[in-house]
Design a protein around this ligand. Structure first.
Ligand code: HAM
Length: 431
């Protein structure tokens, strides 16, 4: 039944114990990745922001860039009555965060401003392992500084998040896409070089030759790759002007000083148009060369492109699903979940409300659940064990008359009669 299928390229995030659960579909694994990033980023002074899941088409076009695959082929447009096709499900977070920064006057919070967010992003891509139409990113942005030390710190933090997750086989590939005039020169060189063999390029790359020749280098087409191997084009790094070159070497020397490992990738091409100077990706040895764990770079021109004042900035995002694939490849185990502190069961139907009320008041000190039907003591003990509870409280008519419960410590087996009024003190002290 088609109606019982989730849309292609999406995943459900399910609770522990679901059939066929794997890290990718586990709600707890997703939360684990985001929580680890939150901890690393907030310790570095980043503040959490959240922007709408849909944005004006124009923001995305101007932000991400008209020559990118994202804008040309992968936008999920959203329309509703009277406002047709003016919106798009956000394909990434940076343009939205810069918009929010400008619109809400966040410059007043001081510079540089470190921000982070996490959430669903949407790209209508060809679905394959690690490539989805709804995926999730953790995104970090530092706005208001042109200093190379913030580029280097951003890279250090990305590496720190992966280290915190326990993922070891990562490689940072660092490059520079130069300043706009450097890029123009490089694009002119590529246009000339590939232009001589235009008939051998794929249809997409013929188009790229006109709009943005650098993107040819990133082509997935076999014909293009053969031609690239044959022509051996010079790399972007060879075209850096003095300023971009000095910036790049300063970023490198900070990373070297902090012992952050990276490889220089002379021909890094990112899939978004807003980058200037520093650009990098972080890769995992076993999830495939074409699927980066994450990427980022400096985007000093984006705020102006969106109509704001010149605002230098740098940032990165990584895909939560890609992180989960890497964790799975490396066999990293998720810490086991805590069960409830207390499970409460009534021995008679008439005592159900009272038993539930006991659980509700214990929630002031910890997780407490109750059986929704009257249970016999043995069945209640089985329910509690299945949930991994630490204590079981049984409420029969004798206990109810005394205002107590029969409390069993499921680890030691000890049972005692405990006044309901004392439960929170007793259980609160056991955590
Ligand atoms: P991006 O390289 O387009 O950069 O995406 C960052 C990461 O998101 C990728 O490395 C990948 O892990 C994940 N990702 C992208 N597309 C998919 C997909 N279809 N399925 C699964 N995962 C995916 C950006 O989005 C920039 N906004 C990063 C940035 C922030 N630059 C500066 N600040």
């Amino acid at each position: 039944m088609a109606s019982l299928q989730r849309p292609k390229g999406t995943l459900d995030h399910l609770p522990d114990g679901s059939p066929k659960i794997e890290p990718l579909t586990s709600a707890r694994w997703h939360a684990f990745v985001v929580d680890a990033a939150k901890d690393v980023l907030e310790r570095a002074g980043a503040a959490f922001v959240e922007t709408p899941i849909f944005e004006a088409v124009d923001l995305v076009k101007r932000g991400v860039g008209g020559s990118t695959d994202i804008v040309r082929k992968e936008m999920f447009t959203v329309s509703y009555f009277e406002e047709r096709d003016k919106f798009v499900l956000r394909p990434e977070g940076t343009a939205s965060i810069v918009r929010a920064y400008l619109e809400n006057g966040l410059k007043q919070l001081g510079s540089p401003l470190r921000l982070w967010t996490a959430g669903a992003m949407f790209r209508a891509e060809n679905v394959q392992k690690g490539r989805y139409r709804q995926f999730h990113q953790v995104d970090y942005e530092v706005i208001g500084s042109a200093d190379p030390i913030v580029d280097a710190e951003a890279i250090q933090l990305m590496v720190a998040v992966y280290a915190r997750l326990g993922v070891k086989e990562t490689t940072v590939k660092l490059g520079s896409v130069g300043d706009p005039q450097d890029r123009e020169q490089y694009n002119a060189y590529l246009r000339e070089l590939f232009g001589r063999h235009a008939e051998r390029l794929s249809e997409d790359s013929k188009d790229r030759l006109v709009r943005n020749p650098m993107r040819i280098l990133d082509s997935k087409s076999k014909d293009d790759q053969v031609l690239i191997d044959e022509l051996q084009p010079k790399a972007m790094l060879d075209f850096l002007g003095d300023d971009a070159r000095a910036h790049f070497s300063a970023v490198r020397s900070y990373l070297d000083a902090w012992g952050v490992k990276y490889e220089v990738d002379p021909s890094i091409v990112r899939g978004l148009d807003y980058y200037r100077r520093t650009a990098w990706e972080i890769h995992h040895d076993r999830i495939g060369a074409k699927s980066a764990l994450g990427g980022g770079g400096r985007y000093d021109g984006l705020a102006e492109e969106l109509g704001g004042a010149h605002t230098p900035a740098v940032g990165w995002a990584f895909g939560v699903e890609r992180a989960l694939l890497a964790l799975e490849q490396e066999g990293v185990a998720l810490p086991s979940a805590d069960g409830p502190l207390l499970f409460v069961a009534a021995l008679d139907e008439e005592l159900l409300a009272a038993a539930a009320k006991v659980a509700m008041s214990v929630r002031a000190v910890g997780r407490a659940e109750f059986a929704v039907k009257a249970r016999k003591p043995g069945a209640a003990a089985q329910d509690a064990a299945k949930k991994g509870a630490r204590f079981l409280a049984l409420l029969g008519s004798d206990e109810a008359a005394r205002g107590s419960v029969s409390l069993k410590n499921l680890e030691s087996g000890e049972v005692r009669d405990v006044p309901q009024a004392n439960l929170n003190d007793i259980l609160g002290g056991t955590r």
